[in-house]
Design a protein around this ligand. Structure first.
Ligand SMILES: Cc1cc2nc3c(=O)[nH]c(=O)nc-3n(C[C@H](O)[C@H](O)[C@H](O)COP(=O)(O)OP(=O)(O)OC[C@H]3O[C@@H](n4cnc5c(N)ncnc54)[C@H](O)[C@@H]3O)c2cc1C
Length: 400
C-alpha cells in the first residue's frame, strides 16, 4: 500500500494534522493501533488559546468554563480572575470530533494498525503494522508524522531522543459542599511534590482532584492521602504518563530521504510548568503541516512553540528550587498589578509578555535570584531518554 503522508496515532495532535493536510488536498492516512476510537475519559483544563489554534472547540467536548484560578501555598492564597476563562474539555469527545473533522476533510483513519516497524526504503519510508493477530500490513509513505504519544515508536525508530516522563493521576470527585464551581484551585506543597495538586470543577457538582509526580507507583498513594485530607472520595481515576519538554529534544528527522516529524507528546510538546500538552501539541502539529505543505524548515516552523516551551522549562527550573516558604513569599508578592497581568496573559502566550513581570513587581526578580543562588539544587532534572538508532523495532513496544 502506498500513501503520501502516514500519521501514526489517532491522537488529538495527529488528527488535527490529518485534517489540515487533507484540506490542502494531500493523501493522508492515520494509523491507529486501537480497533476503534476508544480513549479513556479524561478531564482537561485548557487555555482559551485552543480556539486560536484549532478554530471552533467542539461544543459537545466543552464541559465547563472556569474564570477563577486560586493558588494556595501552605500559608497564602492568591486569586486570578481570568479575562478569558479556561475551558474544561473532555478528551474522548474532543478526539471523536477531531476524527470526524479529519474524515470530512478527506483523511482516512485505519484502526487496528499497530506500528511495529519503520525503515528507510527506496520509494520512501517503509512501515510495517501488526493488524491484531497474525496478519501484517506493509505501507510505503513519502512523509511520516509520529503522533504516537509519550512512548513514541516513531521517535525510537528514527533515533530521536524520547521525552522524559511524569505521572498524572486525577480522581473524579463530587465537589465539597460550598465549593464555588467557577474556581480552579492549585495547591503547592514542595514537601509532597515538586509539581502541585489541583481541583478542577467540570460541572456545578463534580470535578477532578489530581497530582503530578515523578514518584512512579507512589503517585496514587500521594493522591489518596491528599483526598482523605480534603475529605473527598474518588469516584473513578484517570491516570497516565505524560511526556515533558526538554530543550535537547528534536521533533524532526529523516529515514533515508523521507522526512519524519514528531508532534504532541511524542515530541515532548508539553509545558513543564503545568504539564499541559494539548495546545502546544496542536501548535507542534500545525508546524509539521507547514513543513510538509510549504517546505518551511522545522526549526522555523516550530520557533514560536519552542519559545513558549523554553520559557516554561526555565520557569520550572526556577520553581524546582522553591521550598514551601518560597511559595509563601511568591504568593505574597502577587500584587494587584501582577494578578491583572496574569489575568490578561494565558499560560500558552507568556513568552511575548513575561519581560514585563520584573517591571510590574521587582520583588519577583529577587525571589527568583534567591532561589537560583540558595534554593535546593539537589533536585533531579528530568532528561530525555536517548533511544538507540533502530531501523526496525521489536514487536512489543512499551506503551501506556
Ligand atoms: C490524567 C491526565 C490529565 C491531563 N490533563 C491535561 C490538561 O488538563 N490539559 C492539557 O493540556 N493536558 C493534559 N494532559 C496531558 C495530555 O493528555 C497529553 O499531553 C496529550 O494527551 C498528548 O496527546 P498526543 O496527541 O500527543 O498523544 P496521545 O493522546 O498519547 O495519543 C497517542 C495515540 O497514538 C496511538 N499509538 C501509540 N503507539 C502506537 C503505535 N505503535 N501504532 C499505532 N498507534 C499508536 C495511541 O493508541 C493513541 O491513540 C493530561 C494527561 C493525563 C494523563
Amino acid at each position: 500500500m502506498y500513501v503520501d503522508i502516514a500519521i501514526i496515532g489517532a491522537s488529538s495532535a495527529g488528527l488535527f494534522a490529518a485534517e489540515r493536510l487533507a484540506k490542502a488536498g494531500r493523501n493522508v492516512v492515520v494509523f491507529e493501533r486501537q480497533k476503534t476510537l476508544n480513549h479513556a475519559r479524561r478531564t482537561y483544563i485548557i487555555t482559551p488559546q485552543l480556539r486560536h489554534v484549532i478554530g471552533e472547540v467542539p461544543p459537545s467536548a466543552t464541559l465547563h468554563k472556569t474564570p477563577l484560578l486560586e493558588l494556595c501555598s501552605p500559608t497564602g492564597t492568591a486569586r486570578v480572575l481570568l479575562q478569558d476563562p479556561d475551558l474544561i474539555v473532555e478528551r474522548h469527545e474532543l478526539i471523536t470530533r477531531l476524527a470526524e473533522r479529519a474524515e470530512r476533510a478527506g483523511a482516512t483513519i485505519a484502526y487496528g494498525c499497530h506500528l511495529v516497524g519503520l525503515a528507510p526504503g527506496t520509494q520512501g519510508a517503509e512501515l510495517r503494522f501488526d493488524l491484531h493477530g497474525d496478519t501484517s500490513l506493509a505501507v510505503c509513505a513519502n512523509s511520516v508524522i509520529g503522533a504516537d504519544g509519550a512512548f513514541s515508536a516513531v521517535a525510537q525508530a528514527v533515533g530521536l531522543p524520547r521525552p522524559p516522563l511524569v505521572q498524572i493521576v486525577q480522581a473524579e470527585v463530587a465537589l465539597p459542599p460550598g465549593y464555588d464551581p467557577r474556581v480552579t484551585r492549585v495547591w503547592f506543597d514542595a514537601a509532597a511534590t515538586r509539581y502541585f495538586y489541583w481541583l478542577i470543577p467540570e460541572s456545578n457538582t463534580h470535578g477532578v482532584l489530581g497530582v503530578i509526580t515523578d514518584a512512579g507507583d507512589r503517585t496514587r498513594d500521594l493522591l489518596d492521602s491528599f483526598l482523605r485530607h480534603q475529605g473527598m472520595t474518588a469516584l473513578a481515576y484517570q491516570a497516565s504518563h505524560v511526556a515533558m519538554y526538554h530543550p535537547s529534544l528534536r521533533a524532526w528527522g529523516h529515514l533515508g530521504q523521507t522526512p519524519v516529524f514528531l508532534v504532541g507528546d511524542a515530541a515532548g510538546q508539553v509545558k513543564v510548568t503545568t504539564v499541559g500538552g494539548t495546545v502546544t501539541g496542536f501548535s507542534g502539529a500545525e508546524a509539521a503541516v507547514r513543513c510538509i505543505l510549504e517546505g518551511t524548515h522545522p526549526k522555523r516552523a516550530l520557533a514560536s512553540v519552542t519559545r513558549e516551551l523554553d520559557l516554561h522549562w526555565w520557569l520550572r527550573r526556577l520553581v524546582e528550587r522553591f521550598d514551601n516558604p518560597a511559595y509563601d513569599r511568591l504568593l505574597a508578592h502577587l500584587s494587584p498589578t501582577l494578578l491583572a497581568f496574569l489575568a490578561r496573559h494565558n499560560r500558552d502566550e507568556m513568552s511575548s509578555a513575561i519581560w514585563q513581570v520584573p517591571f510590574l513587581r521587582p520583588q519577583i526578580l529577587g525571589l527568583g535570584l534567591a532561589a537560583l543562588l540558595w534554593g535546593d539544587k539537589e533536585k533531579i532534572e528530568l532528561r530525555p531518554r536517548h533511544s538507540e538508532k533502530h531501523t526496525s523495532m521489536p514487536t512489543h513496544i512499551a506503551a501506556d
